[in-house]
Write a protein that binds this ligand. Structure first.
Ligand SMILES: C[S@@+](CC[C@H](N)C(=O)[O-])C[C@H]1O[C@@H](n2cnc3c(N)ncnc32)[C@H](O)[C@@H]1O
Length: 270
């Protein structure tokens, strides 16, 4: 892995991590949410609406997926997304996993003064909504085709920046430090625990102390993806994630959905 670079942007002094927040999701009725099971208040993770199902046979390389039918690859609950419905699904994801969790994400900071990272941003589906509340949003993706689509899609937004990464490090982000990192449906496509850990460590290098990296992994230990699989995702146990977080300089504060395909993680940078 490339040596960590000296940053011009000095991290703030580490402040004590905030107390645990109640994790409640409220689906706002006025959102006209497209997620299944929506429209009611739920404990996050328990009866969380799902928008993804995964097929073990869908194993084409990322680039081909993006060219083939990028909307289906990103949210594969249907093949015939219209541009509007697809954009709405990004807004819904944002409300479910970000807007409902602003206490953990902002910790008293003004989101307009925060820089957010969308790791594995795809075509910018969620990035657009993030840009509506955070001062700056930076999306990074290993697929050049996805980055091209995202740039075209969000061309009018002046507070959004996209980068194509190399899959090994995030040096493409330069010296930028973030106040929040989010990743939706990405680690299911990273073939192996060591590679996932490397991604977490790389994101950690670009997060300010005490900031949150919120993401989901594949938590169903019964699923046995073949070596190199980039669709199901390697299953991670609670012990795996706690140890990974520690090795990468994070505290694994909350975990919801252990044993499920969508296993959400709240990692706070130490
Ligand atoms: C299912 S899509 C989700 C896109 C976006 N997060 C969303 O919810 O709309 C998964 C994305 O993760 C990207 N990806 C996979 N491995 C990655 C890695 N190691 N680094 C960055 N992006 C990655 C893929 O190229 C793809 O765009």
């Amino acid at each position: 892995m490339a040596a960590r670079r000296q940053r011009k942007d000095t991290p703030r002094r580490s402040r004590p991590l905030p107390p645990a927040q109640p994790l409640q999701v409220r689906c706002l009725p006025q959102l006209n949410c497209t997620l299944r099971g929506c429209g009611r208040e739920t404990a996050l993770g328990e009866s969380e609406p799902k928008i993804l199902f995964r097929e073990a046979s869908f194993l084409a390389p990322h680039l081909d997926r993006a060219r083939e039918n990028f909307r289906y690859y990103i949210v594969n609950s249907r093949k015939d997304w219209t541009a509007e419905e697809f954009a709405q699904s990004g807004t819904d994801t944002f409300f479910h996993y970000v807007a409902n969790d602003m206490e953990n994400i902002c910790q008293g900071r003004n989101p307009k003064e925060m820089k957010a990272l969308d790791f594995g941003c795809g075509a910018g589906r969620v990035t657009r909504a993030l840009a509506g509340i955070f001062g700056e949003v930076h999306g990074v993706d290993v697929s050049g085709e996805m980055v091209r689509l995202a740039k075209a899609e969000l061309a009018g937004l002046s507070n959004v920046f996209f980068y194509e990464s190399n899959g090994s490090d995030l040096n493409v982000l330069g010296d930028t430090l973030f106040d929040f990192a989010f990743s939706f449906s990405v680690f299911h496509h990273v073939p192996g625990k060591a590679l996932i850990e490397n991604c977490i460590a790389e994101v950690g290098k670009h997060l300010r102390p005490a900031s949150l990296f919120k993401f989901e992994v594949q938590g169903d230990l019964r699923l046995k993806p073949p070596p190199g699989d980039t669709w199901l995702g390697p299953p991670l146990s609670e012990a795996d994630i706690i140890e990974m977080a520690r090795r990468c300089g994070f505290e694994s504060r909350y975990r919801i959905g252990a044993g499920k395909e969508s296993y959400w993680q709240w990692l706070f940078k130490i």
